[in-house]
Design a protein around this ligand. Sequence first.
Ligand SMILES: [Zn+2]
Length: 80
Amino acid sequence: MSWTCPKCDRELPWKDYRHYCARVSLDSVFEGRSPELLLAFDKILAEVAEWEKVLIGVTPNCIVFTRRVGFLIIRPTKSG
Ligand SMILES: [Zn+2]
């Protein structure tokens, strides 16, 4: 049974799960990054979203996929 934090609206595996407690938009993580990167992420997201019990958390510089424990962290890097 997952739990939604009342402060940041983040869906978490259980109550009081340690997390980055602030609302961050996915767009802001990819701001200034190449469109190809966002496209690649979209494909991963579409794939992972179909898995069971996977929660997706967004922090200012990365996206964390959680299934009881974090198993995939996507951290876009700035490149030329
Ligand atoms: Zn929170």
